[in-house]
Design a protein around this ligand. Structure first.
Ligand SMILES: [Zn+2]
Length: 88
């Protein structure tokens, strides 16, 4: 009888380990596929007017078509808006 209990316990342990491994793999996959906004990742963003790279948290943000635009200053933002007007 004792041998059967040991086998069941071993099987339960193996199942638990497999489940744990699968869960950690899924967790890692989720972390990689999830895209975070530039503000959270700390990735440098480019000013489309002067071409300067900066921290998005310090930049002047403007919501463009679908994606946010970042400017180093209000001056560059107004320049960008002026260019857009002349294009149309
Ligand atoms: Zn600029």
């Amino acid at each position: 009888m004792g041998a059967i209990i040991v086998r069941i316990l071993l099987l339960a342990m193996v199942v638990w380990v497999i489940r744990y491994v699968l869960m950690s793999i899924q967790g890692l996959g989720k972390g990689n596929s999830k895209k975070k906004p530039a503000e959270e990742t700390g990735v440098m963003v480019k000013d489309p007017v002067c071409g300067m790279y900066m921290d998005p948290r310090l930049a002047v943000r403007m919501d463009g078509r679908g994606k946010p635009l970042y400017f180093c200053s209000e001056e560059c933002k107004s320049k960008y808006l002026a260019y857009k007007k002349t294009d149309n």
